[in-house]
Write a protein that binds this ligand. Structure first.
Ligand SMILES: [Zn+2]
Length: 134
């Protein structure tokens, strides 16, 4: 059952509709019957809350919109993941707004190659150690 549940959740995350309700990020069925049945099978309310984490919710402080632009906007200061509204702001020349603490911490944690810590550790392992001696 856990594989089936994971598959169903994966499908819902891919095809569910993203939005903001009462100031909180959510995923919802958009009244699509297949998604309604999937939400019911998962025991999820509609809308279902989305955690404010990297890659799911916009990096801009105070914004709860879903991410639609990864790495384009203000790319000279970091790999920012922002919503359509903030991406559009960048396109019309608006300056970079204040970014969320979690996003700034993520970007500050990159190593000299631009890798995040976990990716960097995997890279070291795949190369048998960063200096080739391990
Ligand atoms: Zn935004």
């Amino acid at each position: 059952m856990s594989d089936l549940r994971e598959s169903l959740e994966s499908m819902v995350w891919q095809y569910g509709f993203r939005g903001v309700r009462d100031g909180k990020p959510v995923i919802h069925t958009g009244d699509m019957s297949a998604l309604e049945e999937a939400f019911e099978a998962l025991g999820w309310e509609d809308p279902h809350p989305v955690p404010d984490v990297d890659g799911l919710v916009c990096d801009v402080e105070g914004c709860m919109e879903p991410v639609s632009d990864q790495g384009y906007s203000w790319s000279w200061t970091g790999y920012w993941m922002v919503c359509g509204n903030h991406s559009e702001g960048r396109l019309v020349g608006k300056g970079q707004p204040e970014m969320k603490r979690r996003a700034v911490q993520r970007e500050n944690s990159r190593d000299a190659n631009g890798y995040l810590p976990s990716v960097s550790e995997e890279k070291k392992l795949s190369q048998g150690g960063i200096d080739g001696k391990n």
